[in-house]
Design a protein around this ligand. Structure first.
Ligand SMILES: O=P(O)(O)OC[C@@H](O)[C@@H](O)c1c[nH]c2ccccc12
Length: 275
């Protein structure tokens, strides 16, 4: 049987969470989150909607599929450069073991940018939403492949209570059952998190099923995002024409020496080739 990395990540996350909760108990983390309730927040959905390029630029040092991309990447270099060069939002990988990130990266990023910040991690419980709020996130990722619909709705509802927007990620049509009224953005991940197989066309393949579902369930109106494996500005142009309004890109920027510069020329190509 093929080894499923997603199962390994979730198993590791559960142990990690036990340690984190021992170090900072739930009620303390909730308190830290509430202290952040008054700070200004930035809507990722609005930022993507009003942009012509709608790029969510990701800060990711390594990944299980690609290994190290940029081992010495520093938040204070890259996040301000992402903002200066036209990103609509930033995604910060906070998983340490598999992606080389940390909650400290998110906290630092918050001090350096007014872009909407997405906490990118493997969220299983509300505790992680409190962490996200405490560290300055504006939005959180929920991954349908690791949640059941009830937990997903509970987490999305809690996120909204904390003033966090929700990006729900799906890879397969069946995962649409995790949609709920609290989902602000629906992301189609072009990468299968179990096998790492990544095809940009996956978003287009799944789109008719997503549109049919949204047509049927008219109360859900999430903004459509495409995630992973985007290397060519032409893909962004093509996917925008089909209705996508957010493009989550990590590796294409992070594997270069100057991710901000790479973002700048990527956006330039996108906008100069669009009608
Ligand atoms: O580096 P890429 O191929 O541009 O992909 C970015 C982002 O979509 C990817 O990091 C991602 C999408 N969903 C995730 C869930 C967990 C961790 C990482 C991810």
């Amino acid at each position: 049987m093929k080894h499923d990395i997603l199962e390994e990540i979730v198993a590791h996350k559960k142990i990690e969470l036990q340690h984190q909760k021992k170090a900072v108990p739930l009620h303390i983390m909730l308190g830290l989150a509430s202290e952040n309730m008054d700070r200004p927040t930035y809507s990722m959905r609005e930022s993507l909607e009003k942009s012509d390029s709608s790029i969510i630029a990701e800060f990711k040092r390594k990944s299980p599929s690609k290994g190290w991309l940029h081992p010495k990447a520093v938040v204070s270099d890259i996040i301000p450069a992402y903002q200066a060069n036209g990103a609509s939002a930033c995604s910060i990988l906070t998983d340490e073991h598999f992606f080389g990130g940390s909650l400290g990266d998110l906290k630092k990023a918050r001090q350096l940018t007014t872009l909407p910040l997405l906490r990118k991690d493997f969220v299983l419980e509300s505790y992680q939403l409190f962490q996200a709020k405490a560290m300055g996130a504006d939005a959180v990722l929920l991954i349908a492949a690791i949640l059941n619909p009830e937990d997903c709705e509970m987490l999305a509802n809690t996120a909204h209570t904390l003033g966090l927007e929700v990006l729900l990620e799906i890879h397969r049509e069946e995962e649409l059952k995790c949609l709920n009224p609290y989902v602000d953005m629906l992301g189609i991940n072009n990468r299968n998190l179990g096998s790492f197989d990544t095809q940009v066309n996956h978003s287009l393949d799944l789109l008719p099923a997503v549109q049919a579902y949204l047509q049927k369930e008219k109360v859900y109106t999430p903004l459509l995002i495409t995630e992973s494996g985007i290397r060519d500005p032409k893909d962004v142009i093509r996917l925008r024409q089909e209705g996508f309004r957010g493009f989550l890109i990590g590796e294409t920027f992070m594997k270069t020496e100057n991710p901000g510069e790479t973002l700048r020329s990527f956006i330039q190509t996108c906008t100069s080739h669009a009608d």
